[in-house]
Design a binder for this molecule. Structure first.
Ligand code: ZN
Length: 465
């Protein structure tokens, strides 16, 4: 028998409206008991982990991650990406299909499941493509993708521009009870924009990516969700208008949902002009960074501030935070998008879009939502657990007795510095190296096994003296 007792933690399970001091007993990979009886029914010789003063919650789920395997393993692999997930406090990830070749057929899904089984540190769920080769021209074989176990379909990185094709894909997906996730970008309006269209794009001489380029597709998705009755999930929302559209649609009962990523509700487009411009302009909007000493520094045109959709204005940042606070935006995720140094070390125009995020998203979410008093811990944890689990039907996201023992242990008040040398990702394209953050996962448990703990990591690093 394999048993572990988590003793004395604050157990938060939003799906069951639970926020209590309790013990949790894990036996053979499942939650065996919770509360007073957990300690008394524990088998003799059970391994005991004291978690006093820490939060014990269902394992966090990130439904928007690029693991880059197959085909781009110089950037990341299933092994390294899931190691970064474990270190960030995540027990499950959903990998995006824009790999090489793309995940637009059952064979590639089977391959990823196989590699994840042998090399993955955490659970890997697979999203299939909407269209063949993610080219936006012909539907992918949605039925066979579903049979092979994909949990959603998306052309992420791209966006199906043909509304008729999108409508047919939605009708198919609905027949197979698969949610459709969409990267919302109107190509004719965005063209080759590289940053938010506004004051800073003009000042920096960079081509603009207007908010309306996202809002148009959010509006299209609302109309198609109403027309077809299919569920659509809008990925990485960045613009105030998108939040407004989503809020109105949800009030009418349209089957639509949305997600937000920490970079969009932490940074703004002013960051592209360098730290000297950013801190006085928009720095006050970041929790804990209102002092004027020891602030992180970076240069203008830093390509680790280039992502798609782009960092937007301070008003957009505020609207995303308000949408998260009032429940308009259901889900938090990273859009973890690793790229090699040589790809990012070019002019801003030529660099690929995207940053890594698995190791910083929990801290930034805690800072911008919990510490800044916009959301309580249970509501924040719900956006990383039961909300994505329900959307995708993962059978995860709770601490019900009998459930898989996927658990994250969090110290919400821990202050730490994110060092590039400590990252488990293969890539180094985060804008947050050297940042002092508040809140951290301290242990990650998948199926009852500790796949990452702070103590184990500290022990693995040889002492300096
Ligand atoms: Zn995307």
């Amino acid at each position: 028998m394999n048993a572990l007792l988590l003793a004395g933690g604050r157990v938060i399970d939003p799906a069951n409206d639970m926020d209590v001091l309790a013990d949790v007993l894990i036996v053979n990979g499942k939650i065996a008991a919770l509360g007073k009886e957990a300690g008394t029914t524990a088998p003799a010789g059970v391994e005991r982990l004291a978690v006093n003063g820490l939060v014990v919650c269902p394992g966090l789920i990130d439904l928007h991650v690029h693991l880059r395997e197959p085909g781009q393993t110089a950037k990341e692999s299933i092994a390294s990406g899931t190691a970064a997930a474990a270190q960030g406090g995540f027990t499950s990830v959903v990998c995006m299909p824009n790999t090489s070749p793309p995940i637009d057929n059952a064979g590639t899904v089977a391959l990823i499941h196989e590699v994840a089984e042998s090399q993955g540190k955490v659970n890997v769920f697979v999203a299939g493509a909407i269209t063949k080769n993610i080219a936006g021209e012909e539907m992918a074989p949605i039925g066979s993708l579903k049979r092979e176990g994909v949990v959603a379909i998306t052309d992420d990185g791209h966006c199906v521009q043909n509304h008729e094709l999108m409508r047919r894909a939605l009708e198919y997906a609905n027949m197979f009870d698969l949610p459709v996730m969409d990267h919302c970008q109107d190509y004719s309006l965005v063209t080759d924009g590289v940053m938010h269209e506004g004051y800073w794009s003009t000042a920096l001489g960079l081509r603009g990516w207007p908010s309306a380029g996202e809002e148009l597709i959010v509006a299209r998705n609302i109309l198609l969700a109403e027309t077809t009755g299919a569920r659509i999930h809008c990925q990485h929302l960045s613009a105030a208008g998108s939040v407004r559209l989503l809020r109105g649609a949800k009030k009418r009962g349209v089957p639509i949902s949305g997600e937000a990523c920490p970079h969009h509700f932490t940074l703004t487009d002013a960051a592209v002009a360098g730290s000297e411009k950013f801190w006085p302009a928009d720095g006050a909007g970041i929790f804990g960074f209102d002092s004027h000493s020891d602030l992180p520094r970076w240069a203008a045109y830093d390509t680790n501030l280039k992502m798609n959709p782009p960092l937007r204005s301070a008003a957009d940042r505020e609207a995303i935070l308000a949408g998260l606070a009032d429940g308009t935006i259901d889900i938090l995720c990273s859009d973890h998008a690793p790229h090699c140094d040589y790809e990012k070390e070019v002019e801003f125009d030529y660099a690929p879009f995207g940053i890594t995020g698995l190791e910083t998203e929990l801290a930034l979410s805690l800072m911008q939502l919990y510490h800044s008093k916009r959301l309580d811990l249970a509501k924040l944890i719900a956006k990383y657990t039961i909300a994505p689990a329900r959307l995708l039907g993962l059978g995860k996201g709770t601490l019900n007795v009998g459930a898989d023992a996927d658990i994250t242990i969090i110290d919400p008040d821990r202050e730490w510095v994110f060092e590039s040398t400590a990252s488990a990702s293969k890539s180094r394209n985060s804008p947050f190296y050297g940042w002092r953050l508040k809140g951290k996962g301290v242990a990650t448990i998948v199926g009852g096994k500790k796949v990452w703990t702070e103590e184990a990591e500290a022990a693995a690093v040889p002492a300096l003296l």
